[in-house]
Design a protein around this ligand. Structure first.
Ligand code: DTR
Ligand code: CA
Ligand code: ZN
Ligand code: ZN
Length: 337
C-alpha cells in the first residue's frame, strides 16, 4: 500500500524552461565544483526511489467543477427526455451510459460494455481502461450510474459518476503515465442491490481479482447539506483522503451508514481493498456537524434522496468540487508507484 509521499510541483513542460533549467544546472554544477576545495567531488546523484522513499508523486490537477456540472446537466437532460429517470432497464440509463462512453472513447480510453440481466431487464456496466501502466497492478475507480425510478438521480449518483468521469478525462488531458494501470467503471443496477458491480466482480477470474490493488467508490458526493465522510474499510486508502481534506482544512468523519450500502461492498466481499467518499443521504445533520461543516442542523444531508427532486438543483457545488479534487488526488497518488 502506498506510503505518504511528498508532492512535487507538476513537471514544467515548456522547452524554454527546460533549456533555462539545464543552463542553471550546468552553471550551478560549475560553481559548485569551482567553489569547492581542491579534490572535492560533485554532489551525489539523487538516490533511486525505494520502498521506504518512493518517488515523489506529481500533484493531481484541479478538476474544474464547471466540467463536472456540465456532465450533471447532460444527465439531467437525458432523464428529462426519458420519463424523468435514469433507472436500470429504462431508456434513460442506457442513454447515460452512451454519453459517458462517448466522452471516454473520444479521450483515448479502451472501453467495454458488460451486459447482465436483473429484474427481468438488461443491465449494463461500462469499464474504461487507460492504456499503459503495470497490467499486474490495477487501481480501480468507480461509481454507479443508475438512478431510482422516482427521479433523475443527480446527486445519487450523477455526482459520483460525473466526478469520476471528469477525473478520467483529466488523466487523458494530462497524458498521465502512472506506474499502475488505471481502470474506471460505471455500474448498472446499484439501486436494485449492487447488481452490476457484483456481476463484474463475480465474472473476474481469481487471477484478475488479485491484480486489483484497490477499488475507490464514489456514491453521492454532492449532497446539498453535505457532510464529508471517508470510508474506513482500509486504513491506507482512508488516510489518502483524510490527509488531503485535513491539508485543505476540512474536517472529515468516518462513513458509518454501513457496509453493503454501495458498490464497494462487491469488491470488499472479494477481499479487495476499498475506499471512497460520501456526503450523506437521508440521515439528519447534527448540530455538531453543522458547526464544523456549515449547512443546516436537524435537516437531512440530502432531503431529495431517492426523490423526484434529486435534480441539478440538488447539488452543493463546494462539496462536489472538493470531492472531485479529492478523487483526482487519490487516483494520482495511489497509482504513482
Ligand atoms: N446506497 C446508496 C446511498 C448510500 C446510503 N448509505 C451509503 C453509504 C456509503 C455510500 C452510499 C450510501 C444509494 O442509495 O445509492
Ligand atoms: Ca476543483
Ligand atoms: Zn440510491
Ligand atoms: Zn447511490
Amino acid at each position: 500500500m502506498p506510503s505518504r509521499t511528498p508532492h512535487t510541483p507538476p513537471p514544467y513542460r515548456s522547452s524554454w524552461f527546460r533549456r533555462a533549467a539545464t543552463a542553471v544546472a550546468v552553471l550551478a554544477t560549475a560553481i559548485g565544483t569551482a567553489g569547492a576545495a581542491p579534490g572535492a567531488i560533485a554532489a551525489p546523484a539523487p538516490a533511486a526511489p525505494t520502498a521506504a522513499h518512493p518517488a515523489a508523486v506529481a500533484a493531481a490537477p484541479d478538476i474544474p467543477v464547471a466540467n463536472v456540472k456540465a456532465h450533471l446537466a447532460q444527465l439531467q437532460s437525458l432523464a428529462t427526455a426519458n420519463s424523468g429517470n435514469r433507472a436500470h432497464g429504462r431508456p434513460g440509463y442506457k442513454a447515460s451510459l452512451d454519453y459517458v462512453k462517448a466522452k471516454l472513447d473520444a479521450a483515448g480510453f479502451t472501453t467495454s460494455v458488460q451486459q447482465f440481466t436483473a429484474g427481468g431487464a438488461t443491465g449494463y456496466n461500462l469499464v474504461a481502461d487507460w492504456p499503459g501502466g503495470n497490467a499486474g497492478q490495477i487501481l480501480m475507480t468507480g461509481a454507479h450510474l443508475d438512478s431510482v425510478t422516482s427521479g433523475p438521480g443527480i446527486n445519487d449518483n450523477g455526482s459520483g459518476s460525473s466526478a469520476v468521469l471528469e477525473t478520467a478525462l483529466a488523466v487523458a488531458r494530462e497524458g498521465l503515465k502512472p506506474a499502475k494501470h488505471l481502470r474506471f467503471a460505471w455500474w448498472g443496477a446499484e439501486e436494485l442491490g449492487l447488481i452490476g458491480s457484483r456481476n463484474y466482480v463475480n465474472a473476474l477470474p481469481t487471477a484478475e481479482r488479485s491484480k486489483i490493488t484497490g477499488y475507490l467508490n464514489f456514491d453521492m458526493v454532492g449532497s446539498p447539506n453535505p457532510g464529508y465522510f471517508v470510508y474506513d474499510d482500509n486504513p491506507a486508502l482512508e488516510a489518502v483522503f483524510k490527509d488531503w481534506f485535513a491539508a485543505k482544512g476540512v474536517a472529515t468523519e468516518i462513513e458509518t451508514e454501513g457496509d453493503g450500502r454501495s458498490d464497494h461492498a462487491s469488491f470488499k466481499n472479494a477481499g479487495i481493498a476499498v475506499g471512497g467518499l460520501f456526503t450523506g443521504a437521508g440521515r439528519t445533520k447534527t448540530s455538531a456537524q453543522a458547526q464544523k461543516w456549515g449547512g443546516t442542523a436537524g435537516q437531512a444531508f440530502d432531503r431529495c434522496y431517492h426523490s423526484s427532486c434529486d435534480t441539478t438543483s440538488n447539488i452543493n457545488d463546494t462539496a462536489l468540487d472538493r470531492n472531485s479534487d479529492a478523487i483526482a488526488h487519490a487516483v494520482w497518488t495511489l497509482s504513482a508507484n
